[in-house]
Design a binder for this molecule. Structure first.
Ligand SMILES: *Cc1c(COP(=O)(O)O)cnc(C)c1O
Length: 370
């Protein structure tokens, strides 16, 4: 019988995710599957929690990977924290802020939005003005907006909310493992991420962390969490305590992958990892400038791990992306929404952020743009 898996080619993943996976993570995922209540697996779970706390700079007890991709993390954060008619502010400047608005709205929240032009960062003075005239149960923002390449001022927004009753919810899907996150220092109450961006693990888990304040809001709910699968009040009885109760079968081998991905990052050292992302970003931006290509985002708000490049007039953007993939075995991303056809999105996420990859892409682009 034929087998399509025999012909999968290795592609250098320089798009908006997934990123290229280091061999040690792939090998970890190929280890023998053991039971989800096996005491040895529970040891692995406990160390994953500890390692996630380290990379997030948090002491939050409720820090676990949710089963599912980054969007499951988003859904989990909102579904556990929102009760019907809760006033929620979504600060948005791209696709993922817009997705937050959709998720919160479906849960019956009373959603306000504060929108900024795609490609520009959130302006803290405007957030302050918004917060000055209304009290919100939850304020949510995306740290690294993968659809545009913009870094949002998460710490500064946290400062505005300090000492209030508002829950501060942050999407760290693309930022985790690429730029520093100080969850406790920045006053973040609920945060979620995903495995396939800067953690360089295949897609499948969504690290999530809730502060004691977020846990208190969860425990004070008047109604059940409206989604059984993502209900943290149930899931915590599997992730904590002496006797672990079955809720759903943990995706065992995905957890091996995440464990190893965190091992790789912590062995390199968090500061070294962030510096490597920044240096490769600078190398890429310089190389693109040498090819006559400009960046979408102004310098002080650029993400190192997601680089939005303006497509020059007369260039066949889809054709070049297709040639990069078929001829050069490199994947880059297209623009989304209002930026479709206007930008390419070049990822330097996790394991992918290396000079040899930057040079390989620049060489290929040079050939294709001519
Ligand atoms: C990728 C991404 C998500 C969604 O994650 P999936 O793994 O695709 O479900 C959410 N937020 C941001 C900022 C992302 O980059």
């Amino acid at each position: 019988m034929h087998n399509l898996l025999d012909n999968i080619q290795e592609i250098l993943l320089m798009g908006p995710g997934p990123s290229s996976v280091p061999p040690s993570v792939s090998q970890a995922m190929a280890k023998p599957t053991i039971g989800h209540l096996d005491p040895y697996f529970i040891k692995i779970m406990d160390e994953i929690k500890e390692r996630l706390r380290t990379v997030l700079n948090t002491g939050n007890e409720l820090t676990i990977p949710m089963s599912g991709t980054g969007s499951a993390g988003m859904e989990a954060a909102f579904v556990n924290l929102i009760e019907k008619d809760d006033p929620v502010l979504i600060i948005k400047n791209g696709v993922f802020g817009t997705r937050m608005e959709d998720v919160a709205g479906r849960l019956g929240a009373d959603v306000d939005t504060l929108e900024f032009e795609w490609g520009t960062p959130v302006r803290v003075d405007q957030v302050k003005a918004k917060l000055d005239h209304k009290k919100y149960a939850i304020v949510a923002v995306v740290h690294a907006e993968t659809s545009t390449g913009v870094l949002n001022p998460v710490a500064e927004i946290g400062e505005l909310l300090r000492g209030t009753e508002t829950i501060y919810l942050v999407d760290a899907v693309t930022s985790l493992g690429g730029i520093e996150i100080r969850m406790d220092d920045w006053g973040i109450d609920a945060l979620y991420s995903g495995t396939q961006k800067c953690l360089s693990c295949p897609p499948g888990l969504a690290p999530l962390s809730f502060s004691p304040k977020a846990v208190a809001k969860l425990e004070a709910r008047k109604t059940k969490v409206p989604n059984w699968y993502l209900d943290l009040t149930l899931i915590m009885s599997y992730w904590k305590g002496a006797s672990r109760a079955y809720h759903h079968t943990a995706p065992i081998n995905m957890h091996y992958g995440l464990y190893q991905a965190l091992q790789v990052i912590l062995e390199e050292g968090l500061d070294a990892v962030y510096t490597r992302h920044l240096e490769n970003h600078k190398l890429l931006v310089q190389g693109l400038a040498d090819l006559g290509l400009d960046m979408l985002v102004e310098e002080q708000s650029r993400l190192p791990m997601l680089n939005s490049v303006k497509i020059p007039a007369g260039v066949d953007e889809a054709g070049i992306r297709s040639n990069l993939l078929t001829k050069h075995k490199i994947e880059i991303g297209a623009g989304l929404g209002p930026l479709a056809g206007k930008i390419w999105r070049i990822g330097l996420m996790g394991h992918t952020a290396r000079p040899e990859n930057v040079h390989r892409l620049l060489e290929a682009l040079k050939q294709e743009i001519g």
